[in-house]
Design a protein around this ligand. Sequence first.
Ligand SMILES: [Zn+2]
Length: 223
Amino acid sequence: MAGFRTHTTVGAFVGAAILTIALLSAVVSDPVAYAGLFFAAIVGSFLPDIDSDSGLPFQIIFGVLGFVGASLGVAYVYKNIGTDFGLLMLSAGVVFFLVRFVCGALFKKFSRHRGIFHSLPMAFVAGLLVLLGAKFYCVDSDLAIIFCVAVIMGYVSHLILDEIYAGINVNGKGFLPNKALGSALKLWSGHARATLIMYFILVFLLFVTREELYYVWRVFHVS
Ligand SMILES: [Zn+2]
C-alpha cells in the first residue's frame, strides 16, 4: 500500500489543482484561504489512514483534535468558571488527555485498518463535516464548498492510490493484484453496523447542509 509520503505528495498535487481552479474562477481572494485549501487537500489525502493505529495520520489527527479540544475547554472555563491560571492549565491538560488518549484509545479499539474509513461515502462524510464546520464559523458559501471539495478530492486520491498499489504488485511480479485489491475504493465495509452508522451520519450531514448543496446544484444547473 502507498505510504504517508506518497499520499501527501499526491494530496499536494490535488491541492495545487484545486487552488488553480479556485484562482481562475476567482472564488478565493484571501491569501490565508489559499494556504487553507492546499492544506485541506493534504489532510484529506492522509485522513483515511487514521484507522492504521500506529501510523502518523492517527497521531496527527488526534493530536490536533486534542489541542482544539483543550483550547475550547480553556475558553469555556475562562468564560464560565474562573480565570485562575492554574485552573486554566489544569482544564487544558484534562481535555487534551481525554481527547488524545481516551477518545484515541476508543477509536483504536473500534476501528479496523482498511475498514469503513477506506470507503467512498466516508470521503463525503469528511467533506460535509468540513462544510458544516465552515458554515458554523460563517465562512462564505463559495469558499466553504470549495474547502469541502478539496477534502473530498484529497480523500478520494488516497483511496485510488491504495487501489493502484493493491492492483500493481510492487515486488516486481507484474500486475498480479494482491489481497488488498477492492479494500479501499468501496461503498461499504464488511462490518454491517459500521456501514449503517456511516450512512446514517452521511444522510444527517446531507440534511443539515442541504442549503449549500442546493446552491451548488443551482450553480451547475443554471450555467
Ligand atoms: Zn490507506
